[in-house]
Design a protein around this ligand. Sequence first.
Ligand code: 13P
Length: 251
Amino acid sequence: MGRAIIAGNWKMNLTPSQGVALVKELLPKIEGAGCEVVLCVPFVDIAPVAGALTGSKVRLGAQNLHFKASGAYTGEVSAAMLKEAGAEYVIIGHSERRQYFAESDETVNLKALFALENGLIPIVCVGESLAQRESGETNAFVAGQVRAALQGIGAQAAKGIVLAYEPIWAIGTGRVATNEQANETIGAIRKTLGELYGPETAKGITIQYGGSMNAQNADGLMAMPEIDGGLIGGASLKAEDFAAIVRAASR
Ligand code: 13P
């Protein structure tokens, strides 16, 4: 469907020197990767990791941004800052930000719009809780999150976004969605994109799976027709595991 992108989300892990060391270990293992590779790193790691990535095709991303250009917003980081430091991507609306930092559908939408307007590629995260999955609400809930996140984004701009389906119950739990569950919900997300932008545009948008994806289960997930890559947490902190996932997406 969309182009395959494997993105690592380091979350709040790795100091700048640890991040640079991981990248040096990783790069030789993923030479000739047949998919796009992105590392979404802590803000202070962006510039040093950009240095370590010089000459490689691996791209850099941040894990959040503010939806204003500049000003009196203590503790926030702007799109211009991220770009100058070397980021091309930015994760928006991760469930951890929704859960612990009051990120709402509305701020996710503002951030997605702002990222696009400022030349950053948003990786917009959606996903249901275990209770929602068990009560059969998954597809309707996730479709609502997608519609809310993309409000005011036209078809042309939508071609420049990435979506990540991350069921909350699968994040950091070791409990991965089955290949069929992930494929089915990503198919439902693509259907929603089709309703918003037409089926052709929907087919071209990358929709990743995220949640306990690892070196063992990546092959099966990546073989599913709707799944265009992965957003990897824990396994992105280990060079060999992350490289194995990149290889699975390259086949
Ligand atoms: P884990 O791969 O650690 O489950 O995390 C997934 C995730 O939240 C990526 O954004």
